[in-house]
Design a protein around this ligand. Structure first.
Ligand SMILES: CC(C)(COP(=O)(O)OP(=O)(O)OC[C@H]1O[C@@H](n2cnc3c(N)ncnc32)[C@H](O)[C@@H]1OP(=O)(O)O)[C@@H](O)C(=O)NCCC(=O)NCCS
Length: 192
């Protein structure tokens, strides 16, 4: 199911493979969303899933345990679209090209409590969309979504705003910046 492996870890004593997902994972992603979404997340549509699984405008990073999808994190590269969360925090137009959104994350209910959200984020930053390809990461989470809020904060994002967003519920807007260093500039040119 994992198309491009990134790393391996252990979850609840079982090997867990983390990497990017491709079109073959479509059914598993949508089924996991249906099983695990709960009532605190704004769902992603099948069309958005297709878009991200083909690396157009995003990626989906997944974790596989015993041959089944254990978790996924959908990442959107919004470009200069009106929905770019950088606009909510006053980023200048040219910086919007370097924005990514942590868009939708779901961990299978029986595998929660092992920090998989944070592990998917770490794998993404390390090997899927490392800086400087992405310089500004944004995310939103319902203020009452304690597990997700805590995961974003402990991954290093900070809260820059709070207020109604999407379906009118109060959400935190999180942001994390990766300044461009000379070394990172060099890697940008090496990035495929
Ligand atoms: C959000 C979600 C992905 C997190 O799953 P996870 O990575 O297994 O999260 P964990 O259970 O390991 O919790 C992460 C942290 O939050 C803490 N936490 C979990 N539930 C909590 C609660 N009710 N109150 C306070 N803290 C809580 C954990 O102790 C952990 O903290 P630590 O890192 O200091 O140990 C998962 O709950 C989920 O799939 N929810 C449904 C979909 C959803 O709401 N997605 C998020 C949309 S923004």
């Amino acid at each position: 199911m994992i198309r491009n492996p990134v790393t391996e870890t252990v979850i609840g004593g079982r090997p867990c493979h983390i990497g990017t997902l491709g079109p073959a994972a479509r059914h598993a992603v949508l089924a996991l969303q249906e099983e695990g979404i709960g009532d605190l997340m704004f769902p992603i549509s099948p069309a958005e899933v297709d878009h991200m699984l083909t690396d157009q405008g995003g990626r989906i990073v997944g974790a596989e345990v015993q041959g089944r999808l254990a978790a996924f994190f959908a990442i959107l590269l919004p470009g200069r679209s009106p929905d770019n969360l950088g606009r909510d925090d006053g980023l200048p137009e040219e910086a919007l090209d370097h924005v990514a959104h942590w868009t939708a994350v779901i961990v299978r209910p029986d595998l929660r409590g092992h920090g998989l959200q944070r592990r998917l984020m770490a794998a993404t930053l390390e090997a899927v969309l490392p800086p400087p390809r992405v310089r500004h990461w944004f995310a939103t989470a319902r203020v009452e979504n304690a597990a997700s809020v805590r995961s974003f904060l402990s991954a290093g994002l900070r809260i820059v705003k709070v207020g109604p967003k999407y379906d009118g519920h109060d959400r935190y807007l999180f942001r994390q910046d990766f300044p461009v260093t000379a070394d990172a500039h060099h890697r940008e040119h090496a990035f495929p």
